[in-house]
Design a protein around this ligand. Structure first.
Ligand SMILES: Nc1ncnc2c1ncn2[C@@H]1O[C@H](COP(=O)(O)OP(=O)(O)OP(=O)(O)O)[C@@H](O)[C@H]1O
Ligand SMILES: [Mg+2]
Length: 256
Protein backbone atom coordinates (compact mmCIF):
# COMPACT_ATOMS: atom_id res chain seq x y z
CA UNK A 1 0.00 0.00 0.00
CA UNK A 2 2.89 2.30 0.79
CA UNK A 3 6.43 1.99 -0.40
CA UNK A 4 9.04 4.58 0.53
CA UNK A 5 12.59 4.42 -0.83
CA UNK A 6 15.64 6.54 -0.08
CA UNK A 7 13.56 9.34 1.43
CA UNK A 8 15.41 12.51 2.35
CA UNK A 9 13.62 15.40 4.06
CA UNK A 10 15.38 18.51 5.32
CA UNK A 11 14.30 21.68 7.07
CA UNK A 12 17.12 24.09 6.28
CA UNK A 13 20.31 22.41 7.43
CA UNK A 14 18.42 19.95 9.61
CA UNK A 15 18.11 16.57 7.90
CA UNK A 16 15.16 14.72 9.41
CA UNK A 17 14.76 11.77 7.00
CA UNK A 18 18.09 10.41 5.84
CA UNK A 19 17.56 7.73 3.21
CA UNK A 20 14.52 6.12 4.79
CA UNK A 21 12.98 2.93 3.36
CA UNK A 22 9.61 1.58 4.50
CA UNK A 23 6.86 -0.70 3.19
CA UNK A 24 3.33 -0.97 4.51
CA UNK A 25 1.51 -4.10 3.34
CA UNK A 26 -2.12 -4.31 2.37
CA UNK A 27 -4.36 -5.22 5.30
CA UNK A 28 -1.79 -4.85 8.06
CA UNK A 29 -1.59 -2.56 11.07
CA UNK A 30 1.93 -1.17 11.06
CA UNK A 31 3.04 0.48 14.27
CA UNK A 32 5.67 3.20 13.84
CA UNK A 33 7.84 4.05 16.83
CA UNK A 34 10.75 6.38 17.48
CA UNK A 35 11.94 8.93 20.01
CA UNK A 36 10.25 12.29 20.29
CA UNK A 37 11.40 14.67 17.56
CA UNK A 38 12.88 11.88 15.42
CA UNK A 39 10.47 12.56 12.57
CA UNK A 40 7.49 10.21 12.88
CA UNK A 41 4.96 12.95 12.18
CA UNK A 42 7.19 14.39 9.44
CA UNK A 43 7.30 11.01 7.71
CA UNK A 44 3.52 10.74 7.85
CA UNK A 45 3.09 14.26 6.52
CA UNK A 46 5.62 13.63 3.74
CA UNK A 47 3.79 10.48 2.65
CA UNK A 48 0.58 12.53 2.64
CA UNK A 49 2.25 15.21 0.50
CA UNK A 50 2.07 17.92 3.17
CA UNK A 51 5.85 18.15 3.53
CA UNK A 52 8.23 18.43 0.54
CA UNK A 53 10.89 15.77 0.17
CA UNK A 54 14.37 16.49 -1.08
CA UNK A 55 14.96 13.07 -2.60
CA UNK A 56 13.57 9.56 -2.74
CA UNK A 57 10.34 8.00 -3.95
CA UNK A 58 6.94 7.45 -2.38
CA UNK A 59 4.56 4.95 -3.94
CA UNK A 60 0.96 4.72 -2.75
CA UNK A 61 -1.38 1.98 -3.96
CA UNK A 62 1.40 1.06 -6.39
CA UNK A 63 1.54 4.53 -7.92
CA UNK A 64 4.43 6.95 -7.78
CA UNK A 65 3.32 10.22 -6.16
CA UNK A 66 5.62 12.29 -8.37
CA UNK A 67 4.35 10.76 -11.61
CA UNK A 68 0.66 11.52 -10.98
CA UNK A 69 -1.11 14.51 -12.47
CA UNK A 70 -2.93 16.67 -9.86
CA UNK A 71 -6.38 15.32 -10.75
CA UNK A 72 -5.32 11.70 -10.15
CA UNK A 73 -3.49 12.70 -7.00
CA UNK A 74 -6.75 14.15 -5.70
CA UNK A 75 -8.54 10.86 -6.39
CA UNK A 76 -5.75 9.00 -4.63
CA UNK A 77 -6.09 11.28 -1.60
CA UNK A 78 -9.69 10.21 -1.21
CA UNK A 79 -8.56 6.64 -0.61
CA UNK A 80 -7.02 7.43 2.78
CA UNK A 81 -8.17 8.95 6.04
CA UNK A 82 -5.99 10.76 8.55
CA UNK A 83 -6.06 11.30 12.28
CA UNK A 84 -3.48 14.01 13.01
CA UNK A 85 -1.51 14.23 16.24
CA UNK A 86 -2.94 17.63 17.19
CA UNK A 87 -5.85 19.76 16.15
CA UNK A 88 -8.11 16.87 15.43
CA UNK A 89 -11.31 18.81 14.64
CA UNK A 90 -12.37 22.28 13.49
CA UNK A 91 -13.45 23.95 16.72
CA UNK A 92 -16.09 26.18 15.15
CA UNK A 93 -17.94 23.32 13.47
CA UNK A 94 -20.20 20.71 15.06
CA UNK A 95 -19.13 17.08 15.03
CA UNK A 96 -21.56 16.43 12.18
CA UNK A 97 -20.19 19.31 10.13
CA UNK A 98 -16.65 18.08 10.77
CA UNK A 99 -17.50 14.59 9.54
CA UNK A 100 -19.28 16.02 6.50
CA UNK A 101 -16.41 18.31 5.54
CA UNK A 102 -14.56 15.72 3.39
CA UNK A 103 -17.88 14.68 1.80
CA UNK A 104 -18.71 18.27 0.96
CA UNK A 105 -15.28 18.81 -0.58
CA UNK A 106 -15.10 15.61 -2.60
CA UNK A 107 -18.62 14.29 -3.24
CA UNK A 108 -21.82 15.66 -4.62
CA UNK A 109 -24.34 14.42 -2.05
CA UNK A 110 -27.63 15.75 -0.75
CA UNK A 111 -27.68 17.18 2.79
CA UNK A 112 -30.09 14.50 4.02
CA UNK A 113 -27.87 11.73 2.66
CA UNK A 114 -24.81 13.30 4.30
CA UNK A 115 -26.77 13.50 7.56
CA UNK A 116 -27.50 9.77 7.35
CA UNK A 117 -23.84 9.08 6.57
CA UNK A 118 -22.61 11.19 9.47
CA UNK A 119 -24.84 9.25 11.88
CA UNK A 120 -23.57 5.99 10.44
CA UNK A 121 -19.95 7.06 10.96
CA UNK A 122 -20.71 8.14 14.53
CA UNK A 123 -22.18 4.72 15.22
CA UNK A 124 -19.15 3.07 13.66
CA UNK A 125 -16.82 4.78 16.14
CA UNK A 126 -19.10 4.19 19.11
CA UNK A 127 -20.44 7.72 19.64
CA UNK A 128 -24.10 8.44 20.47
CA UNK A 129 -26.22 10.16 17.82
CA UNK A 130 -26.60 13.28 19.98
CA UNK A 131 -22.85 13.92 19.64
CA UNK A 132 -23.59 15.04 16.07
CA UNK A 133 -24.79 18.51 17.03
CA UNK A 134 -22.10 19.15 19.67
CA UNK A 135 -19.06 21.35 19.27
CA UNK A 136 -15.63 19.80 19.92
CA UNK A 137 -15.33 21.90 23.11
CA UNK A 138 -18.36 20.06 24.50
CA UNK A 139 -16.72 16.63 24.14
CA UNK A 140 -14.23 14.72 26.28
CA UNK A 141 -10.74 13.99 24.91
CA UNK A 142 -11.70 10.41 24.12
CA UNK A 143 -14.86 11.51 22.32
CA UNK A 144 -12.87 14.01 20.26
CA UNK A 145 -10.54 11.22 19.12
CA UNK A 146 -13.54 9.13 18.12
CA UNK A 147 -15.16 12.03 16.30
CA UNK A 148 -11.88 12.70 14.47
CA UNK A 149 -11.75 9.03 13.54
CA UNK A 150 -15.31 9.28 12.22
CA UNK A 151 -14.18 12.17 10.02
CA UNK A 152 -11.14 10.15 8.85
CA UNK A 153 -13.60 7.43 7.79
CA UNK A 154 -15.93 9.86 6.01
CA UNK A 155 -14.97 8.79 2.49
CA UNK A 156 -14.69 5.05 3.25
CA UNK A 157 -10.89 4.97 2.97
CA UNK A 158 -8.81 1.84 2.39
CA UNK A 159 -5.84 3.26 4.24
CA UNK A 160 -5.83 4.97 7.61
CA UNK A 161 -3.04 7.16 9.03
CA UNK A 162 -3.09 7.58 12.79
CA UNK A 163 -0.62 9.80 14.65
CA UNK A 164 -0.54 8.98 18.37
CA UNK A 165 -4.24 8.04 18.50
CA UNK A 166 -4.20 7.02 22.17
CA UNK A 167 -2.02 9.80 23.60
CA UNK A 168 -3.82 11.72 26.31
CA UNK A 169 -6.34 8.94 26.97
CA UNK A 170 -6.51 7.09 30.27
CA UNK A 171 -5.45 3.40 30.10
CA UNK A 172 -9.03 2.16 29.78
CA UNK A 173 -9.87 4.77 27.16
CA UNK A 174 -6.69 3.88 25.27
CA UNK A 175 -7.48 0.15 25.38
CA UNK A 176 -11.03 0.84 24.15
CA UNK A 177 -9.68 2.95 21.32
CA UNK A 178 -7.20 0.21 20.34
CA UNK A 179 -10.04 -2.27 20.29
CA UNK A 180 -12.09 0.07 18.11
CA UNK A 181 -9.24 0.41 15.62
CA UNK A 182 -8.73 -3.36 15.56
CA UNK A 183 -12.44 -3.94 14.94
CA UNK A 184 -12.65 -1.32 12.20
CA UNK A 185 -9.50 -2.67 10.59
CA UNK A 186 -11.00 -6.16 10.41
CA UNK A 187 -14.55 -5.26 9.42
CA UNK A 188 -13.59 -2.60 6.87
CA UNK A 189 -10.45 -4.38 5.66
CA UNK A 190 -8.32 -1.30 6.37
CA UNK A 191 -4.59 -0.93 6.15
CA UNK A 192 -3.36 1.13 9.10
CA UNK A 193 -0.18 3.18 9.53
CA UNK A 194 -0.06 4.09 13.20
CA UNK A 195 2.51 6.29 14.90
CA UNK A 196 2.52 5.47 18.59
CA UNK A 197 4.54 5.54 21.79
CA UNK A 198 2.04 3.22 23.39
CA UNK A 199 3.63 -0.18 23.98
CA UNK A 200 0.25 -1.65 24.83
CA UNK A 201 -1.08 -0.59 21.41
CA UNK A 202 1.93 -2.14 19.70
CA UNK A 203 1.34 -5.35 21.54
CA UNK A 204 -2.41 -5.55 21.16
CA UNK A 205 -3.15 -4.38 17.61
CA UNK A 206 -0.03 -4.09 15.45
CA UNK A 207 0.90 -6.85 13.01
CA UNK A 208 4.35 -5.37 12.49
CA UNK A 209 6.35 -2.59 14.06
CA UNK A 210 8.89 -0.30 12.39
CA UNK A 211 11.36 1.76 14.42
CA UNK A 212 12.78 5.13 13.36
CA UNK A 213 16.12 6.44 14.53
CA UNK A 214 18.37 9.09 13.00
CA UNK A 215 16.32 9.38 9.86
CA UNK A 216 16.19 5.70 9.00
CA UNK A 217 14.06 2.68 9.76
CA UNK A 218 16.45 0.69 11.90
CA UNK A 219 14.24 -2.30 12.48
CA UNK A 220 10.97 -3.73 11.20
CA UNK A 221 9.21 -6.93 12.15
CA UNK A 222 6.84 -8.39 14.68
CA UNK A 223 7.00 -6.84 18.15
CA UNK A 224 8.54 -10.10 19.38
CA UNK A 225 11.29 -9.84 16.75
CA UNK A 226 12.10 -6.25 17.69
CA UNK A 227 12.09 -7.12 21.39
CA UNK A 228 14.64 -9.85 20.71
CA UNK A 229 16.89 -7.57 18.62
CA UNK A 230 20.40 -6.67 19.75
CA UNK A 231 20.28 -3.28 18.03
CA UNK A 232 21.29 -0.79 20.78
CA UNK A 233 18.53 1.77 20.14
CA UNK A 234 15.84 -0.94 20.05
CA UNK A 235 17.16 -2.43 23.28
CA UNK A 236 17.14 0.96 24.98
CA UNK A 237 13.64 1.76 23.70
CA UNK A 238 11.95 -1.51 24.51
CA UNK A 239 13.97 -2.61 27.52
CA UNK A 240 13.69 0.60 29.54
CA UNK A 241 11.67 0.33 32.73
CA UNK A 242 8.32 0.74 31.03
CA UNK A 243 9.26 -1.62 28.22
CA UNK A 244 10.38 -4.30 30.62
CA UNK A 245 7.04 -4.14 32.39
CA UNK A 246 5.33 -4.96 29.09
CA UNK A 247 7.83 -7.69 28.29
CA UNK A 248 7.06 -9.14 31.73
CA UNK A 249 3.39 -9.31 30.74
CA UNK A 250 4.26 -10.90 27.41
CA UNK A 251 6.36 -13.55 29.09
CA UNK A 252 3.60 -14.44 31.51
CA UNK A 253 1.23 -15.22 28.63
CA UNK A 254 1.19 -18.99 27.97
CA UNK A 255 1.24 -18.58 24.17
CA UNK A 256 4.04 -16.00 24.33
N1 LIG B 1 7.58 22.50 9.46
C1 LIG B 1 8.74 22.29 10.08
N2 LIG B 1 9.76 23.17 9.96
C2 LIG B 1 10.96 22.96 10.55
N3 LIG B 1 11.22 21.88 11.30
C3 LIG B 1 10.26 20.95 11.45
C4 LIG B 1 8.97 21.12 10.85
N4 LIG B 1 8.21 20.05 11.19
C5 LIG B 1 9.00 19.26 11.94
N5 LIG B 1 10.23 19.80 12.12
C6 LIG B 1 11.34 19.21 12.87
O1 LIG B 1 11.49 17.87 12.44
C7 LIG B 1 11.83 17.02 13.53
C8 LIG B 1 10.87 15.86 13.60
O2 LIG B 1 9.60 16.33 14.05
P1 LIG B 1 8.35 15.37 14.21
O3 LIG B 1 7.20 16.22 14.56
O4 LIG B 1 8.20 14.50 13.00
O5 LIG B 1 8.78 14.45 15.43
P2 LIG B 1 8.01 13.20 16.04
O6 LIG B 1 8.89 12.01 15.87
O7 LIG B 1 6.65 13.13 15.48
O8 LIG B 1 7.98 13.58 17.59
P3 LIG B 1 6.79 13.38 18.71
O9 LIG B 1 6.92 11.96 19.16
O10 LIG B 1 7.18 14.34 19.77
O11 LIG B 1 5.48 13.68 18.06
C9 LIG B 1 11.85 17.90 14.76
O12 LIG B 1 13.18 18.27 15.01
C10 LIG B 1 11.04 19.11 14.36
O13 LIG B 1 11.46 20.25 15.02
MG1 LIG C 1 4.76 13.46 16.21
Amino acid sequence: MISVRGLIVEFGAHRVMDGLDLDVRRGEVLGFVGGSGQGKSVLMRTILGLVQKKAGSIRLFGQDRDALPPRELRLLEQRWGVLFQNGALFSGLTVKQNIQMPMRENRDLSQSFMDDLALLKLKLVGLPADAAEKLPSELSGGMIKRAALARALALDPELLFLDEPTSGLDPIGAADFDELIATLQKTLGLTVFMVTHDLDSLYSICDRVAALSQGKVIGVGSLQELLASDQPWLRAYFHGTRGNRLIGTLERKPDG
